[in-house]
Design a protein around this ligand. Structure first.
Ligand code: NAP
Length: 299
C-alpha cells in the first residue's frame, strides 16, 4: 500500500491497487493528509475483526472532493473519513445527512450505500467519550471554555457541549464574529448567562478561567512543535482540566504549561480514537475493538 493515493489513482483504481494484499475500501480524504494516523488505527481494527479490506490515505484538494467521492462509491468503498479542509464543503455532496452532521454543519464520516453518500459526524460524540475516559467527567457537570470556536472541530465540540447540557459554555475565537454566530445558534440550549462569546484577549480569557472547569483547545495552535502555548502557564490554575485536541506532536506547549501548574491535561489522541471507533461502528454496525486501536495510535 502507498503512503497516500490521489485522484489520478482513483481514476485508474484497479491498476493503482494491484498487488495489495486485500482491497482498499476505506480511507481518509484530506489536504494535507500524510500526517494522518487513522490508517494505523483502522487497519489494526479491520485485521482484529477479520474484515478483509484496508484503510488508506487520499491526498485530495478541495475542488477534487466531489469526483473522489463519486469514484469511491462506484469502486465499492464502504466508507471514508473527511478531514481538513473537506468537513464543511462536503455537506452539499451528501445524499443524506444524519442528525450529528446536520446539527454540526460538518461531515467527518461518510457511509456509502451503493452510489448514495450518507454523511455523519463523530467528532462531537468522540470528544465527549474522550473527556469521560481521560478525566472521568461528564460534560453536563462542567463549565467549559472553548478556544477556537470558529473551526470545524470547535463547532462540533460546542454542539456536543450544548446537546449534553454543560453547566456553562464560553466560546472564544480569534475571529469573534464566528463565535458570536455560533452562540446565537446554540442559545436555545442554554439559560440566561450560561452561554457567552468572548473576544480573544488575555484580560477577557483570564477573567473567564477563574470560573472554568474544563478548557478545550480546538485551535490549530500546537500542531507545529515551534508553536507557543495557546495559553501560558501564568493564566492557568491547578483546579483546571485541559483538553488539547491537537494530537501531534505528543505533548504540546499547552500541555507543558498545564504540567507546570499541576493541572490535569490530555491530548487529542483519545478524541481521534473515539471519533474513529464511532465511524467504525457506523460502517460495520458492530463495536469497535478499542483495545487494538488505542495502542496502534501510539506509533
Ligand atoms: P479549522 O476549521 O481550520 O479551524 C482552526 C481554528 O483555529 C479556528 O477557530 C481559527 O480561528 C483558530 N486559529 C488558527 N490559528 C490561530 C491563531 N494563530 N490564533 C488564534 N486562533 C487561531 O481546523 P479544525 O479542523 O477545526 O482543527 C482545529 C484543531 O482541532 C486542530 O488542531 C486539529 O488537529 C484538531 N482536531 C483534532 C481532532 C481529534 O480527533 N483529536 C479532530 C479534529 C480536529 P479563526 O476562526 O479566527 O480563523
Amino acid at each position: 500500500m502507498k503512503d497516500f493515493y490521489t485522484l489520478a489513482d482513483l481514476q485508474h483504481w484497479d491498476a493503482a491497487q494491484a498487488g495489495n494484499e486485500s482491497p482498499i475500501q476505506l480511507g481518509v480524504i484530506g489536504d494535507p493528509v500524510a500526517h494522518s494516523r487513522s490508517p494505523q488505527m483502522m487497519n489494526a481494527a479491520l485485521q482484529h475483526c477479520g474484515l478483509k479490506m484496508q484503510y488508506a490515505r487520499f491526498q485530495i484538494a478541495l475542488d477534487e472532493s466531489e469526483a473522489a467521492l463519486r469514484l469511491m462509491a462506484s469502486a465499492g468503498f464502504v466508507g471514508v473519513n473527511l478531514t481538513v479542509p473537506h468537513k464543511i464543503s462536503a455537506i452539499p455532496l451528501m445524499h443524506e445527512l444524519d442528525d450529528s452532521a446536520r446539527q454540526s454543519g460538518a461531515v467527518n464520516c461518510v457511509r456509502f450505500e451503493r452510489e448514495r453518500l450518507v454523511g455523519g459526524n463523530t467528532d462531537g460524540p468522540g470528544f465527549a467519550r474522550a473527556i469521560r475516559s481521560e478525566f472521568s467527567a461528564e460534560l453536563r457537570d462542567l463549565r467549559v471554555l472553548l478556544l477556537g470556536a470558529g473551526g470545524g472541530a470547535g463547532r462540533a465540540i460546542a454542539r456536543q457541549c450544548a446537546r449534553e447540557g454543560c453547566r456553562r459554555l464560553v466560546l472564544a475565537n480569534r475571529t469573534l464574529e464566528k463565535a458570536e454566530r455560533l452562540a446565537d445558534e446554540l442559545q436555545p440550549f442554554f439559560g440566561e448567562e450560561q452561554l457567552e462569546a468572548v473576544p480573544w484577549n488575555e484580560a477577557r480569557l483570564r477573567s473567564q478561567i477563574a470560573h472554568t472547569d474544563l478548557i478545550v483547545n480546538a485551535t490549530s495552535i500546537g500542531m507545529r512543535r515551534s508553536d507557543a502555548a495557546v495559553l501560558p502557564a501564568k493564566m492557568l490554575g491547578s483546579h483546571l482540566l485541559v483538553y488539547d485536541t491537537v494530537y501531534a506532536p505528543g505533548r504540546t506547549s499547552l500541555l507543558d504549561a498545564v504540567a507546570e501548574v499541576g493541572a490535569r491535561g490530555a491530548n487529542g489522541l483519545s478524541m481521534l480514537l473515539h471519533q474513529g471507533a464511532l465511524a467504525f461502528e457506523k460502517w460495520f454496525e458492530r463495536d469497535a475493538p478499542l483495545e487494538v486501536m488505542r495502542p496502534a495510535l501510539q506509533f
